[in-house]
Design a protein around this ligand. Structure first.
Ligand code: C2O
Ligand code: CU
Length: 475
């Protein structure tokens, strides 16, 4: 049966020349397992499209997509054993957590990838509170794209007062008519354009329709974009949420009025959402991933008046800062990071392994992207492109000379975003993944305080695997 043809409340969305994008939504009651000690990566079947079609074969942690929600308190020690029940090596990378490099899950530089049938024990102290996530760092486009990804919440010692703490894991899949994942074939068009865009969006692992809210309640809504490539741009109107954290780190709470909540691949946002006291029939949450003309309804907020709250009018308090060292901007050493390449990027060539190759020669090697005129050969064994001095402050000027946006992720550190297009940022933020638009320039500053060799890459996983990645050493 062709599940796409099913009647139902699914909406269709043209996605930039590709297939039809079907937007689908969950009824979220996220299973939280307090005592997860083991994550087994294995093939599984999950009901991504629910009653609209057959179960989807995925790769999953403990049989669940997204993986089990891991939850700790700030200062706790995480102890998780990964068991690899796949037919290929894997690892876990703890995205956004400032961990020792041996726990970072990057093959070769952190640990040998865990072979099929074997186990690896991760153990580290959770220094920062916030919303984080985990995923493999081996064949990322395929392993993450087939379903290996989950969320890790680290609670503040005193969490803010809300009626509910809610998690929406936003994901994007490319499914065929049988609701099966389209094979990962190293699609050159995806890799040289905006990555593998899906045709199905899920929230918390399935295509629900509605999310129940209670009149007057104050929710903390944690949004996590675990998709391979898609940027979500959410609009909650007529509700005006407060933004309280980005990538796990507190911001001064501010109302998101006409702005959209933008999440590049890998990014997170924590909101405070005040539900009105007088119910309307339902309220839409709209995603503008591909601009307003392709906007679609990601979620319906549906009122349940069996439980009511008197609405909060006060601004939420700022969350306590995480212990991220503040860079010294006067003594910071500056480095330019120029991203080039991709379709319509006008890159004529770049250096690979000491040899200049023209664009055609790069493409023959499945390399589409360059950083500072260089393309990695094998990023795991190439020498680092930069060596930073431990304890020193640095400013990276990220310059996007491509026709696409890129969520740039640095491992092992959280960075202060200080300027965009030569202007100081209006709202200071600390992030681990920085979304840079075409022709944009952003400056980030940080103290290189975590010794090791760290990955620095685009989180569009198809870009990461075709040149947009490199290593930075801190010694
Ligand atoms: Cu979320 Cu290098 O990764
Ligand atoms: Cu990219």
């Amino acid at each position: 049966m062709n599940w796409e043809m099913n009647p139902g409340r699914r909406k269709f969305l043209q996605s930039l020349g590709c297939c039809v994008t079907i937007e689908l939504i969950p009824n979220i009651n996220f299973a939280y397992q307090p005592k997860v000690k083991q994550l087994a990566a294995a093939p599984a079947e999950v009901p991504l499209v629910l009653e609209f079609g057959p179960a989807t074969e995925v790769w999953a942690y403990n049989g669940q997509v997204p993986g089990p929600l891991l939850r700790y308190q700030q200062g706790d020690t995480l102890r998780i054993e990964l068991e690899n029940l796949l037919e290929e090596p894997t690892t876990i990378h703890w995205h956004g957590l400032r961990v020792p490099v041996t726990m970072d899950g990057v093959p070769v530089v952190s640990q040998p990838a865990v072979p099929p049938g074997e186990k690896f024990r991760y153990e580290f102290v959770l220094e920062d509170a916030g919303t984080f996530w985990y995923h493999p760092h081996v064949s990322s486009s395929k392993q993450v794209g087939k379903g290996l990804r989950g969320v890790l919440i680290v609670d503040e010692k005193v969490p803010p007062e809300v009626n509910r703490d809610v998690l929406w894991v936003l994901d994007d899949w490319r499914l065929n008519q049988e609701a099966q994942i389209v094979p990962f074939s190293g699609n050159r068009h995806d890799a040289s354009h905006n990555g593998r865009m899906g045709n199905v969006v899920t929230v918390n692992g399935n295509i629900g329709e509605e999310f129940t809210v209670y009149p007057g309640e104050r929710m903390r809504l944690r949004l996590v974009n675990v998709s391979n490539a898609r940027t979500f741009s959410l609009q909650f109107k007529p509700i005006i949420p407060w933004l309280i954290a980005l990538d796990g780190h507190p911001v001064t709470p501010r109302k998101i009025d006409d702005e959209q909540v933008v999440l590049g691949a890998g990014q997170r946002a924590d909101l405070i959402v005040d539900i009105p006291e007088s119910p309307s029939e339902s309220l839409p949450v709209i995603d503008h991933s591909f601009g307003s003309e392709f906007a679609y309804e990601l979620m319906h907020l549906v009122f349940d008046s069996t439980q009511t709250y008197s609405s909060s009018v006060s601004a939420p308090a700022k969350l306590p800062a995480n212990p991220v060292p503040a860079p010294n901007l006067h003594q910071a050493i500056k480095h330019k990071m120029v991203f080039e390449g991709g379709a319509m990027g006008g890159l004529s060539g770049a250096i690979l392994n000491g040899t200049y190759l023209n664009m055609r020669e790069l493409v023959e090697r499945d390399k589409f992207w360059a950083l500072n005129g260089m393309v990695p050969d094998d990023v795991l064994t190439d020498p680092p492109i930069l060596t930073l001095k431990r304890g020193q402050s640095y400013i990276f000027e990220l310059i996007n000379r491509t026709a696409f946006e890129h969520p740039i992720h640095l491992h092992g550190h959280s960075v202060f975003v200080i300027s965009a297009n030569e202007l100081p940022v209006e709202f200071p933020m600390i992030r681990d993944t920085i979304l840079i638009a075409p022709n944009e320039k952003q400056e980030i500053a940080f103290v290189a305080d975590n010794p090791g060799i760290w990955m620095f890459h685009c989180h569009v996983l198809e870009h990461q695997e075709t040149g947009m990645t490199s290593m930075i050493a801190v010694i």
